[in-house]
Design a binder for this molecule. Structure first.
Ligand code: ATP
Ligand code: ATP
Ligand code: MG
Ligand code: MG
Lengths: 227, 227
């Protein structure tokens, strides 16, 4: 479902050019559960942002579900994001002025889901991540792990075919992390393709395959370690 | 150095009153290395914000280095924060318009440290957390773990007697986390009192004592687990 070929992403800071992604080639099949790992600054979020159609590649190819992403219009990319991909951001990216329920309803609003159905789906998503009592709070009124779970609820509410999650358990205790991974596993069993960035080897054991990055390069592609 | 007695913190959301901290009593000695653990939403950051003089308690006592914190003026609290405490926020709280170097210089600026000395100390702090090549980048140009390390550098640059860190390794890979914990251990050996919130049992083994929270209550106070 995802094919990446010779992917390069360059950032310029002043005169300095940094190859945040350096000639990455890999493919992910429909329904796979893949983990991306690597040191801080190795290019994981940059990779996720390009796969999630949130950022443009500098050179190389990215084919998503048969469609070449390079050169697509902003409107087309937004359309793909709204229908094909559920995305959990490393920094959550919640709307500060909206409450948890409104934040989770957002992707459904973009798809034109009617208001009462939208509200019910959002409530169920928040309940599934343990936030039933928090739905009318704004992000600033919530703990770090609660905000992270709102971001997760927003990414799963639409049951998009691809779930991309950038360190979704970073702010969560072990018990809550396991509950989230159980939700992801259930989605995977229903056919969702999952791409998850994590630093934690325990989390990686829930996936089938680990792609390791270092200094913008893909350095290994192996079966996930077992428990 | 820190004494807390019957500490209560209540948040009101609409008509709902939440006891984010519920009758907490404990004391921390000068030079101790303490970990605070507990589930998401259990009150850890709320506790840190009160200890760090960033938030006011609803009722109870908080004595810091012999001084009763309740009722102190905003100016006095700011003064204490600038001289006594280095604080790593769970959400980093970096100035988005300033670069890494300027962010780390901030606490030294508040203390009136002259510009050239300030710059040198900030560079050394950033170098110690592995960010020598990132000092002129703004937060939005950095990875999650790099931003977290800028927040850490800012908290240690002034060598304040108390270091408070709210999940300082949440966005870091294992190797980088170990480097950070080695820095904290070195500071501890120089006499710094350290209070660290973490979800990760591996990080807790670096401390001497673990305070566990659940639903705003302090439920256990024990020696840290060994490796
Ligand atoms: N400004 C606020 N208004 C209302 N409720 C709040 C506010 N800040 C925090 N809370 C609530 O207080 C409780 C404790 O929050 P706190 O941030 O201390 O948790 P935590 O233990 O740090 O969690 P995490 O591990 O997720 O960071 C949570 O239920 C949270 O929703
Ligand atoms: N907008 C930008 N401008 C300049 N450099 C950037 C920008 N965004 C990211 N970078 C750099 O690209 C490199 C890769 O960043 P990326 O966010 O992909 O790392 P990461 O693997 O997700 O790290 P972490 O585990 O810390 O989140 C880093 O060195 C970072 O500083
Ligand atoms: Mg990242
Ligand atoms: Mg917290």
């Amino acid at each position: 479902i995802i094919e990446v070929e010779n992917l390069v992403k360059i950032y310029k800071t002043g005169d300095v050019e940094l190859r945040a992604l350096d000639d990455v080639t890999c493919s992910i099949n429909k329904g796979e559960f893949v983990c991306i790992m690597g040191p801080s600054g190795s290019g994981k979020s940059t990779m996720m942002n390009i796969l999630g159609c949130l950022d443009v590649l500098t050179s190389g190819k990215y084919i998503l579900d048969g469609l070449s992403i390079k050169g697509q219009s902003k409107a087309k990319l937004a359309d793909i994001r709204n229908h094909e991909i559920g995305f959990v951001f490393q920094g959550y990216n919640l709307l500060q002025k909206a409450d948890a329920l409104e934040n989770v309803e957002m992707p459904l609003m973009y798809r034109g889901v009617p208001s009462s159905k939208r509200k019910k789906m959002a409530e169920e998503a928040l309940e599934s991540v343990g936030l039933a009592s928090q739905i009318h709070k704004r992000p600033v009124q919530m703990s770090g792990g609660q905000q992270q779970r709102v971001a997760i609820a927003r990414a799963i509410v639409g049951k998009a075919p691809i779930l991309m999650a950038d360190e979704p358990t970073g702010a969560l205790d072990t018990k809550t992390s396991v509950e989230i991974m159980q939700i992801f596993t259930a989605l995977h069993n229903e056919g969702t393709t999952i791409i998850l960035v994590t630093h934690e080897p325990d989390i990686a054991t829930w996936s089938e395959r680990v792609l390791r990055f270092r200094d913008g390069k893909l350095v290994s592609d192996e079966a996930a370690p077992k428990d």
